[in-house]
Design a protein around this ligand. Sequence first.
Ligand SMILES: [Fe+2]
Ligand SMILES: [Fe+2]
Length: 209
Amino acid sequence: MSEQIDFTVNANMHAAFQREIARLRAAVAAADLSAPLAVGGIQRRYRFFSDTLHTHHEAEDRYLWPPALQQATPAEKVVLTAMESEHESLQQALESLDGAMTVLGPDTDVAGVQAAFDRLRGVLDGHCAHEERDAIPVLQKYVSREDLKEFMTYTRAQADSSLLLPWICDGASSAQVASTWGMLPGFVRVFVKPMTTRKYDKFTAECGV
Ligand SMILES: [Fe+2]
Ligand SMILES: [Fe+2]
């Protein structure tokens, strides 16, 4: 059994995805979709969300399930295989929303877009709860620090990855904020926290969401 890894930030990220869906859904409903600046801002923020969600699942599929699958018991394999197929369902829900958000404008069927956000939220909620309850204990048995390092390297290669930590903390509980920033060593946090928070605040202001 490998040294147990703390996956709290994974759960914090799941909560951030759920908040972001609510944020973007409300922004689409409230915006003047005939105003190019407002539409461009929402689309920019949506692209960050969509890329982040896709990258998170891709990183889990590439770097977390495979090493665990190699060592898992038959019952644990059932859980890990379910994770892969839930990611496929999530990707389908995300792609249909991606399509609607790309052509956002005055002719958009807002109720239809909101329904697509609700569908994604439904699939995401079920998956996150399942992952946190059943898959994380399996990962904690088998995933090594080396596997996690590869997972983090892949995650950090995403465009705008410097926004990730302040974004996870936006609207989070104080415990979630503390554990998210707590993943950085103190001397790194001193520089990274103010720098990335400024960047995230600028991003939010420019997007208008
Ligand atoms: Fe996850
Ligand atoms: Fe996942």
